[in-house]
Design a protein around this ligand. Structure first.
Ligand SMILES: NC(=O)c1ccc[n+]([C@@H]2O[C@H](COP(=O)([O-])OP(=O)(O)OC[C@H]3O[C@@H](n4cnc5c(N)ncnc54)[C@H](OP(=O)(O)O)[C@@H]3O)[C@@H](O)[C@H]2O)c1
Length: 228
């Protein structure tokens, strides 16, 4: 499956999944825009990918801030002249307490991490995709969005709101050539420990590559379970 000539923004590129997605999209031929909050981790990732300088750009960006998302998108367009893929993989979890003893700060943090990063990035990136007549947005959601458990309300609410933003976006993208989809996991088996029903980064990155391909042009607004 080729992404030759495509430009992919990977937010959360230095995370457990982001690093594997970066490798997979690079191997498929995409040029990469790697976003994270830590320059040293971004440098280490860029070195490990061993891409030629004309095929990647790293930007430090706290994506909770609208200006940071806009600046990262501007820098990417200035460098590559186009934006085709957004793999939005910013992570972060806070939980462990019942809702009645959860600090408001924790709820605020989770909303910033998952809702505002999504909102700011979509607003910065998707209009350029629409203008180009082609684009792919992909994010990863937990199964608890559809079936909340205990002691994780702030995280689950934030990821549910992220889902709602992206499915709404998908509906609004009809006939534009741009799609937005979610992969749904119980959890990511980052260490390949063989946990039943958990998705490995390899499995997720293969699904993300497919959703980013021309072959997936009719898949839009889907919440696709990778749960076994
Ligand atoms: N892990 C799971 O079991 C699981 C389950 C369901 C859904 N998901 C979703 O799957 C995706 C990938 O998860 P993961 O486990 O690979 O995440 P992760 O390892 O926790 O990685 C988090 C990434 O997000 C970046 N990040 C954090 N705050 C940021 C901010 N304010 N601005 C920009 N970047 C920020 C981090 O960058 P720096 O390190 O540079 O700060 C890092 O690259 C996430 O969207 C997550 O919600 C994960």
């Amino acid at each position: 499956m080729s992404l030759d000539g495509r430009v992919a923004i990977i937010s959360g590129a230095t995370g457990g999944l982001g690093r594997v997605v970066a490798r997979r999209l690079a191997d498929a031929g995409a040029s990469l825009v790697l976003l994270g909050t830590d320059a040293a981790r971004l440098d280490a990732l860029a070195s490990s990918l061993a891409l030629s300088p004309d095929r990647h750009l790293s930007s430090v960006a706290d994506l909770r801030l609208p200006d940071a998302a806009a600046a990262a998108a501007d820098a990417a367009v200035e460098r590559f002249g186009r934006l085709d893929v957004l793999a939005h993989l910013v992570g972060g979890y806070a939980g462990g307490s019942p809702l009645v003893s959860t600090d408001a700060e924790v709820v605020r943090d989770m909303l910033e991490q998952h809702v505002w990063t999504t909102f700011h990035l979509v607003r910065a990136v998707v209009p350029r995709m629409i203008a180009g007549g082609w684009g792919r947005v992909v994010a990863v959601s937990p199964t608890t969005v559809g079936s909340p458990g205990t002691n994780g309300a702030a995280y689950t609410a934030a990821k549910a709101a992220q889902d709602a933003l992206l499915v709404s976006l998908a509906r609004e993208l009809k006939e534009t050539g741009v799609t937005a989809n979610l992969l749904v996991v119980r959890a990511i088996d980052a260490d390949d420990a063989g946990k039943a029903g958990w998705a490995t980064p390899d499995e997720l990155s293969a699904a993300i590559l497919y959703l980013c391909s021309d072959a997936a042009s009719l898949i839009n607004g889907a919440r696709i379970p990778l749960t076994g």
